[in-house]
Write a protein that binds this ligand. Structure first.
Ligand SMILES: O=C(O)c1ccccc1NCC(=O)[C@H](O)[C@H](O)COP(=O)(O)O
Length: 232
């Protein structure tokens, strides 16, 4: 996974936090993600999602856009090869994000020659993966059995689960992040990459340009806890 693309390095000497805005379906959201220099945008090729986009609509959306876009992540839930082929025929996807088994994710990487990010549902520390053969992990809370979608539910993890975890590959924190909590989430979890969808929406699937702007800005601003002693 590449480091975040913000223009300047963070004051702590680390690369800036990389940001993915997931579930882009409109020009307004696409422009906001581009203007803020998000690192990735996610296109959800899953028809049960309120953020679902078809390959043809994604192609139109991208064709209407003037200028460069962030890298494109195509998101798939238990896809067959034809679904991935259709999306790749329509859009130059840089990354495939998969909700499926690690074995299927490896097979997809082999077949399509694209980096594959595997979504990992987590409830407790014990669910954090110890080994894998993917390019990156997207760690998010396990959706309740009643949820229609395995992600994009606005649920958040206990960010302390990452303490002492030896991550087997680069990983991205997802789930329940908002402009207001992303700084604290990064500080507590140690994440260097973050992913948001419903936290930058006014209703399911309705992205807000100002929430996208604030999210990216706050993800890249060093966080100071309100409880920390104040230094002049
Ligand atoms: O966003 C969706 O509708 C979705 C549907 C099916 C599978 C995954 C989905 N989203 C995955 C994402 O990448 C989200 O950014 C991630 O789960 C965080 O979601 P949120 O809690 O809404 O920020």
């Amino acid at each position: 996974m590449k480091p975040g693309r913000a223009e300047q390095g963070a004051p702590d000497g680390k690369a800036p936090v990389g940001v993915k805005i997931c579930g882009i379906t409109t020009e307004l959201a696409l422009q906001a993600a581009c203007a803020t220099q998000a690192d990735w945008i996610g296109l959800v090729f899953y028809d049960r999602s309120p953020r679902h986009i078809t390959p043809a609509s994604a192609q139109n959306l991208l064709a209407r856009h003037q200028g460069a876009t962030p890298d494109l992540v195509g998101l798939f839930v238990k896809p067959d090869d034809r679904a991935i082929e259709a999306a790749l025929d329509a859009c130059a996807l840089d990354v495939l994000q998969i909700y499926d088994t690690p074995e299927r994710a490896s097979a997809i990487r082999e077949k399509f020659g694209r980096p594959v990010w595997l979504s990992c549902p987590v409830t407790t520390k014990d669910d954090l993966p110890r080994a894998n053969d993917v390019d990156a992990l997207v760690i998010e809370p396990r959706a309740p059995a009643s949820a229609a979608n395995p992600g994009g539910n606005g649920l958040r993890l206990d960010w302390n689960v990452f303490r002492d975890w030896l991550a087997p590959s680069p990983w991205m924190l997802a789930g329940g992040l908002t402009p207001d909590n992303v700084g604290q989430a990064i500080a507590e979890s140690g994440a260097r990459f973050v992913d948001v969808s419903s936290g930058v929406e006014t209703a399911p699937g309705q992205k807000s340009a100002s929430l996208i702007r604030n999210f990216v800005k706050n993800a890249r601003t060093p966080y100071r806890s309100p409880c920390a002693p104040h230094k002049n």
